[in-house]
Design a protein around this ligand. Structure first.
Ligand SMILES: [Mg+2]
Length: 175
């Protein structure tokens, strides 16, 4: 491990922190439903002193379905929920609001936001996991050189680890 670099935990938001809205977006706090199975994962990260960052595409802003202010309100609410339910503080939230067709290098499957997190939080990529539920999460994580774990019904070769549900993630992280 390079001097001073830390293992971290990077998380996709929709489908990992909160229940995904199929073909839609969380645009209000009352649409934010915590995934219960993320709670022990967050507690593990805190216990093992891993910085936690969220890496999320939110093109609902780019589409005009919500404003930046709406998104800030949702993320303030998310921080509040995670503080109370898991006792954790999120170290950083990285958001890309660009439309898919804008080809923003920050937007997953591009690695831009993950690279920002590695730099800002002084993470060791070889000991940092990115947990997501979409192929684009695994692609972004691989391009950034971190370990990837994907939840859901995916082919096994697209991430370092693929598990059916969030409930199986903790034992993988614990090694
Ligand atoms: Mg997702």
């Amino acid at each position: 491990m390079s001097d001073g670099l830390r293992p971290g935990l990077l998380l996709d938001r929709d489908g990992i922190i909160n229940e995904r809205i199929v073909d839609g977006y969380v645009t209000r706090t009352d649409e934010f439903t915590l995934c219960d199975d993320i709670v022990p994962i967050l507690r593990w990260a805190k216990e093992t002193q891993r910085p936690i960052a969220i890496i999320t595409n939110q093109q609902g802003v780019g589409k005009g379905l919500m404003t930046e202010a709406d998104l800030t309100t949702i993320h303030d609410h998310m921080r509040h929920v995670l503080r109370h339910r898991a006792g954790v503080e999120i170290n950083a939230i990285y958001v890309c609001t660009s439309l898919a067709q804008a080809r923003d290098p920050r937007r997953k499957p591009q690695p831009g936001m993950i690279l920002e997190a590695i730099h800002d939080l002084r993470l060791d990529p070889s000991q940092t996991w990115f947990l997501g539920d979409s192929r684009s999460d695994a692609e972004a994580g691989r391009a950034a050189g971190v370990l990837t774990i994907l939840v859901g019904n995916h082919s096994l070769d697209i991430a370092d680890v693929v598990v059916p549900t969030l409930a199986e993630v903790l034992s993988v992280l614990q090694g």
